[in-house]
Design a protein around this ligand. Structure first.
Ligand SMILES: Cc1cc2nc3c(=O)[nH]c(=O)nc-3n(C[C@H](O)[C@H](O)[C@H](O)COP(=O)(O)O)c2cc1C
Length: 276
């Protein structure tokens, strides 16, 4: 059985965004009867606003002082074989509740727990700024969190509704994405990182190499996972151009930090992290 979790930032359970997700569900169930869907509507969850204490970064997400549904949501995402992140586009961005969800899981940028997780991104908007929300979602879940995003879909729902050809085109796209998510949920491929993913991995690693004591919890996790000695979160081939680029860019970062800022930089940074 493959479990697909839908994390929905739409306030309307039968609205445009969910109707697109339903097409994906039907197609996945048509292709494979051994698929189970679970819908996690953020509107039904108790997920308070982030209070900006950064304890998740300093001591781990499980130490977040807000006692709400966050840990339950985290567990569901960890257990899922694939995740569909879905949100309507509001003013060119994700909905407010989806943004709050991202904020609450922001520590995943630096202490990732969904590396390689098959993920599909779906968003609908009226017609303009169609890719604003899905691109933002991809930036979080793909590049920073290290998920394996199979597709990033932004649909102008007005066109979908009124234009026959557009409806056919989007339906085909959704069905193709359903197949990709199914295959990834079964195979769990560890794909080669793209430039941005690699840069974000190396940025995290270089930060910890420069000042391992500033955020000890994060350093411990990276050491435990063996990431400090690896080229990426898992064994994979890295494009040589990426390696050369990051060697130069992050070599300069180390040089500036250690030589120009001096020994006090660690203490100043630790104080800053403590107070921010
Ligand atoms: C607060 C709000 C802001 C919106 N902003 C945009 C927008 O910037 N561009 C756009 O094309 N549609 C915008 N829309 C329309 C929705 O994105 C569109 O109807 C979407 O499909 C709704 O999804 P839902 O049915 O899942 O709620 C907005 C709707 C709302 C309620």
């Amino acid at each position: 059985m493959k479990n697909i979790l839908v994390v929905s930032g739409s306030a309307r359970k039968n609205g445009n965004t969910m109707s697109m997700v339903k097409i994906i569900q039907e197609e996945m169930e048509r292709l494979d009867t051994d698929v189970a869907f679970e819908y996690l509507y953020l509107i039904d969850q108790k997920l308070d606003y982030c209070i900006g204490c950064s304890i998740c970064l300093r001591k781990g997400g499980h130490n977040c002082p807000l006692k709400d549904d966050k840990e339950m949501i985290l567990e569901k995402m960890i257990q899922a074989d694939g995740i569909i992140f879905a949100s309507p586009g509001y003013a060119g961005m994700v909905s407010g509740m989806f943004k709050n969800f991202i904020d609450r899981f922001m520590y995943q940028d630096h202490i990732p727990e969904f590396v390689g997780k098959p993920t599909l991104i779906v968003s609908t908007s009226g017609g303009d700024g169609v890719m604003g929300a899905p691109k933002y979602m991809a930036n979080c879940s793909f590049y920073w969190w290290g998920c394996h995003v199979v597709d990033i879909i932004g649909i102008g729902h007005a066109f979908y509704t009124v234009h026959h050809k557009s409806k056919l085109k989007y339906t085909r796209r959704l069905k193709a994405a359903a197949k990709k998510l199914l295959v990834a949920a079964i195979d769990k491929p560890l794909s080669k990182p793209n430039f941005r993913q690699y840069i974000y991995f190396m940025f995290n690693k270089t930060e910890l190499e420069i000042s391992p004591t500033v955020m000890p919890y994060r350093t411990d996790v990276w050491r435990e996972k063996g990431w400090m000695d690896m080229n990426y979160y898992y064994d994979t081939k890295i494009n040589p151009f990426y390696i050369v680029f990051t060697k130069i860019a992050f070599g300069l970062m180390k040089l500036v930090y250690k030589n120009l800022l001096g020994k006090d930089a660690d203490k100043a940074l630790a104080d800053y992290v403590q107070n921010n």
